[in-house]
Design a protein around this ligand. Structure first.
Ligand SMILES: Nc1ncnc2c1ncn2[C@@H]1O[C@H](COP(=O)(O)OP(=O)(O)O)[C@@H](O)[C@H]1O
Ligand SMILES: [Mg+2]
Length: 211
């Protein structure tokens, strides 16, 4: 399956979740390639940092920040179980291309319901893509949830009707994720048990969407 993490907002966790999902599937013995579709190349930086620290290669990371991504992805997908696309920061041709390439779109958001999740432009592109690709699955995923962030019941009810819907698995605001990004590691390699458990649950839930 091809999973794309998309949100034109920076800092919501596209790269963090893309790398951790890829790592989780790799850990389960599946072959994975991450496509870094962000011109800033943070997934590639992470991979390079990993090589510098002589950490084992868990999955391939390739840079493909081009509008032709959707033309290359099927060929790349032939050799692996999963492709994970780390999305670009802007709503542009590149995002459209990622929407054409993917089977599952994950939109990381922070728990700020009044902040407006996923821009109208991005959601419009998503609806447009769904016209031609009716099997395209899209979900919001809550990232960086604070320990004490209790989403009020009314908000939870609003979220229940959200389109795209919200995944049940959530990822907390945890230092381990920031440390992992710096050191070319994944949270489970840093023995951050709670963070690792959240990723395991997320990967399983995403896996179930593919069936
Ligand atoms: N769940 C989390 N807990 C703590 N820090 C996080 C979490 N998710 C992301 N971060 C940190 O926030 C910053 C932005 O995350 P990143 O994945 O690069 O976002 P994006 O790719 O959407 O711009 C990074 O420094 C990252 O380490
Ligand atoms: Mg990023």
């Amino acid at each position: 399956m091809i999973v794309a993490l998309l949100n034109q907002k920076g800092g919501v966790g596209k790269t963090t979740l893309a790398l951790h999902l890829a790592g989780e599937w790799a850990r389960r013995g599946q072959r994975v390639t991450v496509i870094d579709a962000d011109p800033q190349g943070s997934a590639l930086d992470w991979s390079q940092q990993r090589a510098r620290e002589s950490l084992p290669r868990l999955f391939g990371v390739i840079g493909l920040a081009r509008d032709t991504l959707h033309r290359e992805a099927p060929e790349l997908a032939r050799n692996v179980h999963h492709i994970v696309i780390d999305g670009p920061p802007r709503v542009a041709g590149l995002m459209r291309s990622a929407l054409l390439a993917a089977d599952i779109i994950l939109i990381p958001v922070q728990p700020s319901p009044f902040d407006g999740w996923g821009s109208a432009e991005m959601l419009a592109l998503l609806s447009e893509a769904r016209v031609y690709r009716s099997h395209l699955v899209a979900r919001f995923v809550l990232n960086r949830c604070g320990a004490r962030t209790v989403i009020a019941r009314e908000t939870a009810l609003t979220l229940a009707d959200h389109d795209p819907p919200l995944l049940a698995s959530k990822v907390g605001q945890r230092v381990a994720f920031a440390d992992a990004a710096q050191s070319g590691r994944l949270v489970w390699e840093a023995h951050a048990t709670i963070a690792a458990r959240e990723i395991t649950a997320l990967a399983s839930e995403v896996g179930r969407l593919a069936r």
